[in-house]
Design a protein around this ligand. Sequence first.
Ligand code: NAP
Length: 485
Amino acid sequence: MTDHVAVIGAGFAGLCMAMRLTRAGVTSFTVYEKADDLGGVWRDNTYPGAGCDIPSQLYSYSFAPREDWSRAYPGQPELLRYLHDCADAHGLRPRIRFGTEIVAASYDETHRRWELRTAAGRVHRARVLVTAVGQLNRPRFPDVPGRGDFAGTAFHSARWNHGHDLAGKSVGVIGTGPSAVQFVPRVARQARTLRVFQRSANWVMPKWDYRYGPVHQALFRTAPGRLAFRGGWFAFCDTVLYSAVRGGRLGKAVEYLCRRQLRTQVTDPALRAKLTPDFPLGCKRVLISDDYLPALGRDNVELITERVTRITPRGVVTADGAEHALDTLIYGTGFTATEFLAPVTVTGRDGRLLREETWADGAAAFLGMTVPGFPNLFLLYGPNTNLGNNSVVLMIEAQVRYVLDCLATLDRDGRGEWEVSPGAFAAFQDRVQEALGETVWQAGCDSWYKTATGRITNNWPYRAARYRALTRRPGRAAARPATKE
Ligand code: NAP
């Protein structure tokens, strides 16, 4: 049987696609999910303190508002529950094939359909393929020798070992990104000692998290109240925080807040010096936390800025030759974010391989969604659609709306394929790369936004509002997608 649509992944994006398909009356679709549960990053990241650093009003679907968020920045359990509730409200569970990992997708030109092969060797077919596999789902480990030699307990932040009690342990954490700043304060409270291995100091802005009281929740029960909160946060992120990633004047206000927080929360000048970034604000994802910097000032915590050079059975060796003995080693070292769609092997027209050939110099797609030579393939949260300053859920919703419009056009016109023209694709890439050249991400810092050669493959360089406008009508988008008969 050939489905109309196949969706790979049941995280924020895949569920959004499935909900909108259901609401649009499309019944012939299947969501393939490699794990046994839905939720994507919110299923995988269960580390202590895991939560969203974008306000819940904005980090949720506009068409599935929740009235009873407990706080401005909800924790992982609450976000995962939200996704479960959304799936249940739309009757999605029967549509999701859990425990089904798609390892290959190839386009069958004769029958104009995609063939999906699972890890178990089964084949499924669909006319249209929508990938929703995220950018941050494959843990990355530091490329230092000896990782397998460590005799203690080691794990990645996205695969937290809840069976391992940190009480009384000597713990090391490698990495100081957005994940680490959330769990370091919790680990610091449990462990006997904590050594945080920092490669680069980053900007930390206040989170100012707070619980929602009865007044907030009464407001959220009304449409105008929800709209005011969502709109307010959207405007703040798309102006003030956007200005920060473009090196604009409003961004200076954020820089001031970061500097003030560092000054007031870290009184030891030596520690403060170690925590002072040497790159412009926003070059890496800004850290948002009220309790990370104070945690580093605790008596049982040491911030180590010497490079990690080796891992031994006893612990971690740094560039000064010191060996730091540890019971537990936690990797807060992020994800292989520039390897889009990995490890699925995607083959388009004429047997062309997406990642290995078309994307040999880095992933790219028209509006982050379509690629010439790969008809009826749509990527959600694809290349250059991550935001450093706003909620990616906004981007995902815009993409889902775009895909639905394309599907409607295909059905209406009786066309067999939707495929972006090479010209529109190339013109779009030129514009995006030129705009990326004007952002702070281009400044001298490494981040998961860039490939090893420095090409920025992950981020959207404009405001979120612009993306939403560009994707509003597929046929009238800045560059018109071409369809072939
Ligand atoms: P990340 O931002 O990629 O940070 C990885 C950290 O590991 C960096 O501090 C990096 O140092 C360090 N590192 C990597 N290799 C190292 C090595 N060999 N030696 C020492 N340090 C090393 O990963 P992440 O913290 O997991 O966050 C990834 C993304 O997930 C975020 O940017 C964000 O988009 C998302 N996230 C979101 C939330 C949320 O609340 N919304 C929470 C967590 C994560 P350098 O800085 O020197 O490279």
